[in-house]
Design a protein around this ligand. Sequence first.
Ligand code: NDP
Length: 604
Amino acid sequence: MSETKKGEVSFSPEALKEKYRLEREKRLRPDGNTQYIGLSGLYADFDKDPYVEPGFTRPALTETLDVLIVGGGFGGMLAAARLRQAGVNSFRIVEKGGDFGGTWYWNRYPGAACDVESYVYLPLLEETGYMPTEKYAKAPEIFAHCQRIGRHFGLYKAALFQTQVQQMDWDENARRWRVTTQRGDRLSARFVIVAGGVLHKAKLPGIPGIETFQGHSFHTSRWDYAYTGGGPMGGMRRLADKRVGIIGTGATAVQAIPHLGASAQHLYVFQRTPSGVGVRNNQRTDAQWVKTLQPGWQQERIVNFTAVVSGREQEVDLVRDGWTYLFQDTARRQARSPEEAAELRQLDDYRKMEEIRARVAAIVKDPVTAEALKPYYDPLCKRPCFHDEYLETFNRPNVQLVDTGGKGVERITPAGVVVQGKEYPVDCLIYASGFEVSTEYTRRLGFDIRGRGGKSLRDSWAEGAATLHGMHSRGYPNLLIFSTAQSGWAINFVHILNEQSQHAAYIIERCLKRGIETIEPSEQAQQQWWEVILGELKKKGIIFGGPDCTPGYYNNEGVKSAPSAVRLASMGDTLKFAELLRHWRQGDDLAGLEVTRGEAASHP
Ligand code: NDP
């Protein structure tokens, strides 16, 4: 390939390839995921819920249920809503937070908003009769929608908030799960749905000296408005006399930094790898457009969006935004061989990232800062971001980018942050350092699950998950897991949760109706499913975070690890995943699941 000119940008693919390689190499480090530290032990205070009054108590419960749902985010709420629709009403939802919402309960940082279009991202819009006010709704509106779902489906009466599962054991005699919580509850459930979330276990960077910092600090998912003042819409007046540092420049930081820049006396942005930031172009919802919508419009739009971003040819792109632009793939569809398709795709990726870099140069006035803000990797190596004020913030006189040359912050001292030998004193240090994704599953969940014969899921999945449909696992009867491992992986993750929740509700309703006490996948079904996943991977390749990508949570921080690869392996094409599940349900024979029937001894 030689010099390429297309539209506005021209570039040399060879030069970019080499530049990407060099930038990646700067960032590779052998410690991978272990460079991060969890919010426990010395750092447990970082995990405290700042949104509830301290001191909540309630009597412990002892209950026998058809279903226990772990997690009250979109996954758990969708599961509960679909169960209600299926006529299954004996369930409880155990949720760590003080309300529904999951991600949208915890992430209240200033500027938080959905980055996938609200009309496809917010679930159950038609069912609840709600229309978001903007194309990309802000966090308070999304949190309020979670509460709306809770009210609409009568979920509040089933919820146990500020409650965490401590132990979960399969009782073979009773054929039930025995679950205890930190509040002393003893719950006995025929089925358990674990909807523990994907990006919920916050992590801190393991920077030397982090424990010595004497100023104020917190993680973005536990924003301390008591300290900063203001709220999710900004206006943090108490920062007016504060020097603030933020570590991290991922999707969270991109949304928070414009507000921090507007409020802080001085803001230092400590950057290891710049995000690619495209145009957002948010808009108020058009009332005239809303009037044209016909029943069923939301599912149609959801499917259309996922189809476009899965590279499927569609007559119309309903969402038409930065995401769908990224996945426009006409050239590749016209390719005559897989090799030609890969080459065309790569050229297109270079071109799209050149546009992103040109945008930085056009907006950021200081050329050194602008150069440091340019991302040199393929678009799907890291979560693409879209924002119209982020880059502009670096033109403010009180905002300073401290680029670490790909190496990360060197040290934290009692007074501030050290980069390349220079100390930057700060009063407040904010960690926008993200969440665990490819670490061991039960570690992220916060408790182990003991199935048949007391076998721990942590041990069973030590070398990676073994599942049918990413949902069932042999040795763990009546356990239904919503995760990305060996299920779907989509840009609109709520689309997958919607499919999983309908699937789970169907299975549970069928079992309860037909007197089926236990379901458990056969060894063979698990093996066959793994082969389906591998086949898909072979066909489509790794869509997010391939092995040549700059390190990040999409590729296990650039470290090759078989268990993590198995954990991250999923069907890149959510529509295919959904079609497969639908087809399985149409068979109406619970294929691949071993079943037992009859009334088991009851030990409530
Ligand atoms: P990320 O994991 O994307 O970002 C963490 C940041 O911390 C990275 O910039 C990382 O740098 C940086 N970092 C880590 N260690 C160091 C160090 N030692 N020194 C300096 N910098 C360091 O977390 P986010 O919370 O930003 O986003 C997580 C995910 O949440 C997103 O990818 C997205 O899926 C989701 N999200 C969704 C939103 C939505 O609107 N729906 C909004 C926000 C987030 P490096 O890149 O080099 O690793």
